[in-house]
Design a protein around this ligand. Structure first.
Ligand SMILES: [Zn+2]
Ligand SMILES: [Zn+2]
Length: 342
């Protein structure tokens, strides 16, 4: 190989950046998946050496079998512990569906495993595609550009700095990690926010910060300690968020008085535990006051989410009044710096 060819390969590797393994559709506990190429595209599916080339409307059907995954396509069937799919030259666009439930388009290569009797689809996607997808999934329509850019930098930092959070993959596609849906169109505001901040991350004490963010703090953000979370080198700071205090929708809910201790504790762990028991809409955020009537507790609150780090509602309001992404990030993540990282 010539030196120029080696150099070009090295440049290509640098440009392609880090890959992320994102587990998708876990909420649906799939026992069956349908895979197909996008119109005009092609998809290569590999089940333990049995390879299918799917084009047009051809599909591959994956089911949980006795010995791993049963893959059926074009009249042939094969069984494998892991089924992989990609384009001729690696990542490509394809559709993945849980029949009758959901179908999404991804730009990735795909790996499907079995765990506890369920199929586990894992999309292997490059960091910037994941960042654009997370910005699109995490933000409301009409969010100003500077707020989307701040979100993109927070999302990128979270992906780069977090250790793997799951067993078979690094991140999931729910709020447990970050919402991810389809990659947005290149012409979208979310894609523009990711592209215009490409490589930018939040640093704290020289390390990339696994930046937390939430929908609406309700008026004031919280430190990790206030949320009852384990201390980390970055403690997070409580900052005032006037837009949330006046514009975040108010909510009210009631729950049995036996949960009073958990309610007064206001830790994120308690909020999640009660969400699992009582439903996620019972305690949408932590910023509430408590009243009691007999055997019932009433909560009167504002805001949604854990309230740590960037407040999306506050960031939108700051951007609408002219703040750029640097001002937004500096405000919600005091004592951090923005830097460029591959
Ligand atoms: Zn997760
Ligand atoms: Zn806020």
């Amino acid at each position: 190989m010539t030196r120029i060819a080696i150099l070009l390969l090295a440049l290509h590797a640098a440009a392609s950046g880090k890959d992320l393994r994102i587990g998708v559709f876990g909420l649906f506990h799939p026992s069956e998946l349908i895979l197909r190429a996008v119109p005009g595209g092609a998809l290569q599916v590999d089940a333990a050496g049995t390879v299918w080339n799917l084009e047009g409307p051809q599909t591959a059907r994956l089911r949980v079998g006795r010995a791993g995954i049963l893959c059926t396509a074009r009249g042939r069937e094969s069984s494998a512990a892991v089924v992989r799919a990609s384009g001729q030259r690696g990542k490509t666009e394809f559709f993945l569906a849980v029949p009758g439930r959901i179908e999404r388009r991804f730009l990735a290569s795909l790996e499907v495993r079995v765990r506890d009797g369920e199929l586990v689809p894992i999309v292997v996607t490059d960091l910037e595609t994941a960042v654009a997808s997370a910005v699109a999934a995490e933000s409301l329509p009409g969010t100003p550009a500077a707020a989307l850019q701040a979100q993109a930098i927070a999302a990128r930092s979270f992906y780069l700095a977090s250790a793997a959070r799951h067993r078979d993959f690094e991140f999931c596609d729910t709020s447990h990690c970050q919402f991810v849906r389809e990659p947005p169109a290149n012409s979208s505001a979310a894609a523009a926010a990711a592209a215009s901040t490409k490589g930018l991350v939040l640093l704290h004490a020289g390390d990339v910060l696994a930046a937390l963010f939430s929908a609406s703090c309700g008026g004031r953000t919280r430190t990790l300690a206030e949320a009852g979370m384990a201390p980390e080198s970055y403690p997070y700071y409580a900052v005032e968020c006037p837009p949330c205090r006046t514009t975040a929708p108010e909510w009210e809910s009631s729950l049995p008085a036996k949960y009073l201790a958990s309610i007064e504790n206001r830790s994120e762990a308690h909020r999640i535990e009660l969400g699992r028991i009582l439903g996620w809409d019972v305690i949408p955020g932590y910023n509430y006051r408590v009243t009691r009537a007999g055997g019932t507790i009433m909560l009167h609150g504002r805001g949604a989410g854990h309230g740590i780090g960037l407040c999306q509602r506050g960031a939108s309001a700051m951007a609408a009044s002219g703040a750029d992404h640097r001002a937004i990030l500096t405000y919600y993540y005091p004592n951090t710096a923005i830097a460029f990282r591959e």
